[in-house]
Write a protein that binds this ligand. Sequence first.
Ligand code: PMP
Length: 506
Amino acid sequence: MTRPQPLESYTWPASNEELAARVGRRASDMIRFDGNVPAAPPASARPAALARALADVNEYDRSRHEPLRRGIAAYHGLDVAQVALGAGSDEFIVLLARVFAEGGTVATVPARSYSMYRYAAIMAGATMVEDPHSADLVFVCRPNNPTGELPDVPDVAGQLVIDEAYADYAGVDALARIEDGAIILRTFSKAFGLAGARVGYALASPETIDVIASRQAPLSVSTLSAALALAALATPPDVSGQVAERERLARELVGLGLVPLPSFTNFLYVPMDNPVELVERLLPYGVVTRAFVGGWRVSVRDEVDDDILLDALRAELAGGTTASELVRHRRATAETILTVRLRPRGEGRVFVSTGEGFYDHMLSQLAFHGGMDLRLEGVGDLETGDHHTVEDMMRAFGEALDRALGDRRGLARYGEARVPMDEAIAHAVVDLSGRAVAEIAIDPDPGMATHAFESLAQTARITLHVTASGRNAHHVAEAAFKAVGRALAVAIAPSGNLVRSTKGSL
Ligand code: PMP
């Protein structure tokens, strides 16, 4: 027997670490507009969602993830016998080529589609053909990757597989075709935001599911991934914000002379002659996009990230200037997962959402009155109270601020502000000293205000003096957060080119 040789196969784009090294940036600065996944995980993806699965991680799931299969069936109004689970829908693409086209023929609709279909055909020793009517197996990518279009589903003689990885964004599906023998592929990687968990599924008639399942490894989805998928299914994604953002991004691109095709997905495809050059020009901005033959594809992320893409495009194509640098920071512990995007001298564009409404509001006040752009999102273990969440949101913010301040060169260093709020009054004094000192006197403290400022001072490495008093604890805290914001704005204002210390460093 001859030894098997490697096949032509799917190649992943370079990692953040590799790309960052090429353009002299940090890996955490790289923004992936090449993966067609949401900018953040779903709120349900928290350590607590995994606790039960971890407690039993020494065991096999003898039910073969029945709760998840039942949940998926109910989500689509199907019977549990019509669901097969796999490690991503890619598992099914490979498997179905082997099952239905071993040594035979495979076609795709549209003709230019997701590259995995061809690699799956290669693995099955099958040949790609143009005409779907003459193929043993037909993959219909609906909506299509990479063009974003929504093709019609043809009537064909061979086995029909309708890949609906992006169907949530289109708002239409072809589930009705199951009755005619079609197999539908779905995934938790896209609208559900769980690409790293690798969970996909096939929907088909019970007989076809038996055919598929009998050729799978006995249990290819881990209990941890199944737990994340089940948790996500409890609050299915609302993609309306993404769809609106897609249309905004499309309009902005048109304004730059880049005209995308109409899209039914979470990405945009712009036909162009030399997309590789554009991809390369955007990399130094930390913007990672993807070139195809004859076109350029960008994922729709969220407003903050998409604005960075647009800034980079303006700078490259229209001679614009980019906004000052945005610091991206993630803080993940067993108790909280928080993502921070911060531009300390911004325009007061602020969004803070951890689920702890009062302190979300307080930190928003601080950032807004500090003239910052801040987007801080995530989840904490609020079932244990607000302590971890408030502490960690302030720590995450402080860490991002510390990074943004760098060696603190060229900044005023000191700042002071006094802010009233009805009967309450607060006074804050800040020194970007590089030393973590907090002298806080807040009376009455609504609960976590003192500790919040201590956490900020520690992580941002600043000296922070705050006094605040009044009758209403809400007013007292609000005055204090605003005062700290205003004092910070003064301290981080540009001032010469010096590190403001006779020691020469802070
Ligand atoms: N189908 C299409 C059309 C895709 O674009 C992708 C991912 N890029 C997949 C399937 C595979 O997704 P997963 O294996 O993560 O479910």
